[in-house]
Ligand binder design. Structure first.
Ligand code: SAM
Length: 372
């Protein structure tokens, strides 16, 4: 099994193409309050003699950086307002090494439409290509870390799901392995960030998860099941081989509950105590995705078409690599693209035929601090 995440989000920069940012918006905004509250405390706790030390903030699993950009700019403004324009600020951008860091670099730079990162004063962006399930920064160096919509990805693939492509379709044995990996990854993530945090620092993480009623994010009326059933149809019809169907696995775990997020603290892990980590809060967030067609009750054909295009645009950035990567290396790139296009056109047909559903995301916000 692969021990290295090889996914690459299909984020694109053309204004007229929907991508992860345009669809999900700025997910960081959902936990903006907690982020600014943690930052405020960090700023207030700075004594005069620390003022020359940089304030360091980080975004883990940043993708092309656009989802967090306005929030990071707001954080920079708050730091400069509290500690002065000359206050050095380090902004760490982390993602796994296969990420397209060129896109990130362009997002930081900005263009005529998007202002980019506010680097006036002494602001220094730093790119950190490394798995977030390991320590990415030196001990006691980080004032505030954030991560949104990234920690449901697993650090490695632990099994090949035989009768499906994602967790819900896995059998009991496969689900157990995936659940165990989810637990190990959350522990590793919390401990790694815990080492990096300065005493008094904060970590705010927004994870796609289950809520207290056991509900999960739903792009379709029956969860995400069309993502699996369309692929199994294509295998049955011989469009892809059985080996390709087997090789298509979404390496993510979206079922964590509030108890799972608490586990490193309730266990308790010795590292958590040694590091002085404290769980500040856990908050479930249900978020209905926004698009004008999602609110139309009796959709006509044009509405249904726009609705179905939007659903595909929403799924495409984080699911394209799952389908593409499952296809055999013996196929040409064109063939792979053709099959992937066919997959998404079938998803669109499904969405067109079931267009009454309003898609939503379920997240859990977790705030952690390191005691002084
Ligand atoms: C769905 S995107 C979310 C991007 C952005 N944070 C947002 O809120 O829209 C998930 C990101 O997590 C990254 N990711 C997945 N596994 C990772 C890992 N082990 N270490 C660092 N980043 C990872 C992916 O490469 C991807 O860029």
């Amino acid at each position: 099994m692969s021990s290295f995440p090889t996914m690459k989000m299909n984020s694109r920069f053309t204004g007229d193409v929907d991508d992860m940012y345009n669809i999900h918006g700025h997910a960081g905004n959902l936990c903006r309050e907690a982020i600014l509250e943690g930052l405020g405390r960090t700023i207030n706790s700075r004594s005069e003699h620390l003022a020359v030390q940089p304030v360091s903030i980080a975004d883990f699993g940043t993708a092309d950086g656009r989802a967090s950009l306005s929030l990071i700019n707001e954080m920079i403004d708050a730091i400069q307002a509290g500690l002065g324009q000359k206050q050095p600020i380090l902004v760490y951008y982390n993602d796994q090494p296969m990420n397209d860091f060129n896109l990130l670099s362009k997002a930081i730079q900005g263009n005529t439409h998007d202002p980019g990162l506010n680097i006036t004063g002494s602001v220094y962006p730093v790119i950190v290509p490394r798995t977030m399930y390991e320590q990415c920064l030196p001990d006691d160096s980080l004032d505030l870390g954030i991560s949104t919509v990234a920690t449901h990805y697993l650090s490695k693939q632990v099994c090949q799901i035989k009768h499906g492509i994602y967790f819900k379709e896995a059998d009991d044995g496969e689900q157990k392995l995936i659940r165990q990996q989810g637990k190990a990854d959350w522990r590793a993530y919390v401990i790694s960030r815990g080492r990096e945090l300065k005493p008094g620092g904060f970590l705010i993480t927004l994870t796609v998860s289950s809520n207290d009623k056991g509900e999960l994010s739903s792009a379709f009326e029956n969860g995400i099941s069309p993502l699996g059933s369309v692929m199994s149809d294509m295998a049955r019809e011989g469009i892809i081989t059985q080996e390709e169907y087997l090789a298509t696995n979404w390496n993510a775990y979206m079922e964590r509950t509030a108890d799972d997020f608490k586990e490193p603290f309730t266990c308790p892990l010795p590292e958590i105590e040694e590091l002085g980590l404290e769980l500040v809060s856990i908050k479930p967030i249900n978020h209905y995705l926004r698009h004008p067609t999602f609110d139309i009750i009796n959709k006509d054909t044009t509405d249904k078409l726009k609705y179905s295009q939007r659903i595909v645009a929403m799924v495409y950035p984080w699911f394209h690599h799952v389908i593409y990567r499952g296809l055999s290396d013996s196929r040409t790139e064109d063939e792979k693209e053709m099959i992937t296009d066919q997959y998404f056109s079938r998803i669109q047909t499904h969405a067109f035929e079931h267009s009454d559903f309003k898609p939503y995301m379920i997240f859990t916000e977790v705030v952690i601090t390191k005691s002084m």
